[in-house]
Design a protein. Structure first.
Length: 189
């Protein structure tokens, strides 16, 4: 009976302490200020893997409209990495996004031997957590969004070893952010 009493007391104590601990918020906020391209949290970091897994949340600030309609389909960059010891405008892979046709569209966005390649992946909702995975499999970049079919883009230069540096949120192409844009990111690697 004493063993059962000690067990129950220990279990209740552990439950009490466990329930008092708030769940850790592992998301980091990135803000791209109005009139800027780069986010305020600008980090220089290498990636020690050939894959990148993360969760992202876009809030209502992801909605924007340009007065010059020709720029509305410009891709904004979310997260990715350079490839093959080269600059990201030579070889890189990352997720991109745009507010187009009143929806938040997600794209695979790569530079392959200095040529830009884009492929539509899917649509995500504002204020929802979405899971992204980007990996190198042989001579292809593989993009996964949530549980949808993966999208593949062929790599230009297959290298056995390489330094991959992280590519962080960036607004544009040509035009900067028309207002502050906030993105929450949680890297799962």
């Amino acid at each position: 009976m004493k063993i059962l009493t000690n067990f129950l007391a220990t279990a209740l104590t552990l439950l009490l302490f466990a329930s008092c601990e708030p769940e850790a918020d592992l998301f980091r906020q990135f803000v791209i200020r109005q009139g800027e391209h780069y986010s305020t949290t600008h980090i220089v970091q290498s990636l020690q893997s050939n894959s990148l897994k993360f969760d992202a949340i876009f809030d209502a600030s992801a909605r924007y409209h340009f007065t010059e309609e020709g720029f509305q389909d410009s891709k904004n960059k979310l997260l990715g990495f350079s490839d093959c010891n080269s600059l990201h405008h030579e070889n890189s892979a990352r997720f991109a996004w745009q507010w187009f046709n009143d929806r938040l569209e997600i794209y695979a966005y790569c530079y392959v031997n200095s040529q830009r390649v884009e492929k539509f992946i899917g649509v995500v909702n504002i204020d929802e957590v979405n899971h992204y995975e980007l990996s190198i499999k042989g001579d292809h970049y593989i993009f996964h969004l949530n549980h949808q079919e993966p999208v593949s883009i062929e790599r230009g230069s297959v290298c056995q070893t390489g330094v991959y540096y992280m590519l962080w949120p960036y607004f544009g192409g040509t035009l900067p952010a028309p207002h502050n844009v906030t993105i929450q990111l949680n890297i799962n690697n």
